[in-house]
Design a protein around this ligand. Structure first.
Ligand SMILES: [Zn+2]
Length: 385
């Protein structure tokens, strides 16, 4: 179990996993008893002496339906946690208190998704890694669905060649070289005003923003970088975060024809199988990307002599295809939160759409990854570079 305390300032606390003392109330008493109060006080006073870092540990009680009610104990005071997440093939959140009035603009999707899922969206903090063709659409969709907080991560600025596909980017952004994350944040704040999510834009790589990214409740990976995918895979397991990966594969042939056009949306759950096990990225490409970033001259030389495969640059991109992939990714979130799909959630671990052959396919999740799954909840250091 991972204890995440809210706010960006909690980033440094992620380096120290918390101890959570858990017991059940099989009769369903929804409160800590006087016996619990006394035993927690003794336990937490002892833990404070052992760790001496001043960071909170927690206690939780589990109800017969799986709901968790949790609190921390610090300096003689009990503080209720905002809520708890249970992350499996479904994502459930048990809030400590019902959230306040739902904003008016969510009324129409509340009719379909109900109060519970709408309130859950409001309480979510999502990190979107990659804010370009698919990421910008994911950000737009999550904002309009009323997600509470968004952390946007992308190192690049808007260029004219991005205006074919980055939603909420403008001609003026391309002229000014506005960072993609800033352009999205500004336009969404402008469009939604007080209804906009709290947005934390970070111009940088995932490594730069690791501590803040890890405070999110869910990851959207909207990047075509193998290196970023590898880090997100690790973050999912180490920091107990469900991870939805969006991939678009579009390739043209020499005669202006389309050779392949396909989309894939993958749902990864911490402690389950990994994107690595699913061959969602190849280590040879991770290494090539890393070398290109850290030593461009050596990278160019190795590509020239055929020692490594060059990283594909400036790949083809079509907005309507990107939007379809982004919609599939956000619907994946809704399916995991709301559970509207027929069939078992484990059977939709990968959803593929082939636009040339016109078919859709869903694949079942594999067994727990022997490399990543044992790391579940252990936290860890940011990647270097
Ligand atoms: Zn008890």
């Amino acid at each position: 179990m991972l204890l995440k305390t809210g706010g960006t300032s909690a980033a440094q606390e992620l380096e120290a996993p918390a101890i959570v003392h858990l017991h059940s109330h099989p009769e369903g008493a929804r409160a800590f008893s006087r016996v619990d109060d006394e035993s927690d006080r003794v336990l937490h006073d002892d833990l404070a002496k052992i760790y001496e870092d001043g960071l909170p540990h927690a206690s939780a009680i589990m109800m017969p339906d799986g709901e968790l009610i949790a609190r921390t104990y610090q300096a003689g005071r009990y503080v209720s946690l905002d809520g708890s997440f249970v992350i499996g093939h479904r994502v459930q959140r048990f809030p400590h208190q019902e959230s306040s009035q739902a904003p008016a603009h969510t009324a129409s999707h509340r009719q379909a998704l109900g109060r519970g899922t709408t309130a859950l969206l409001r309480s979510l903090r999502a990190v979107v890694v990659g804010c370009s063709g698919t990421g910008s659409v994911v950000v737009e969709l999550l904002s309009r669905l009323g997600v509470g907080e968004l952390i946007l991560i992308d190192p690049d600025v808007i260029e004219e060649r991005n205006l074919n596909r980055i939603v909420n980017s403008t001609w003026a952004d391309a002229r000014a070289g506005t960072p993609k994350v800033e352009a999205l944040a500004q336009t969404i704040r402008h469009n939604l005003g007080e209804l906009a999510p709290r947005i934390i834009p970070i111009q940088g790589t995932l490594a730069d923003a690791w501590g803040i990214a890890a405070t999110a409740d869910i990851i959207f990976g909207c990047t075509d970088s193998a290196e970023a995918r590898m880090h997100l895979d690790r973050m999912c397991h180490h920091y107990v975060m469900p991870y939805i990966d969006v991939g678009v594969d579009l390739s043209a042939d020499e005669d202006d024809g389309i050779r392949y056009a396909g989309l894939a949306v993958q749902y990864l759950r911490p402690g389950g199988d990994s994107l690595f096990a699913r061959k969602g990225y190849r280590m040879s490409v991770v290494e090539a990307e890393s070398l290109r970033r850290t030593n461009p001259a050596l990278y160019a030389e190795r590509v020239r002599i055929g020692y490594i495969e060059g990283v594909e640059e400036d790949r083809p991109a079509v907005i309507s295809i990107n939007m379809q992939a982004a919609s599939m990714a956000v619907n994946e979130l809704l399916a995991r939160l709301h559970g509207y799909r027929a069939g078992a959630p484990a059977d939709n671990a990968i959803r593929r759409l082939n636009l040339v052959e016109e078919f859709q396919m869903a694949s079942t999740a594999g067994p727990p990854c022997p490399i990543m799954a044992p790391m579940c909840g252990l936290g860890g250091n940011p990647p270097t570079g």
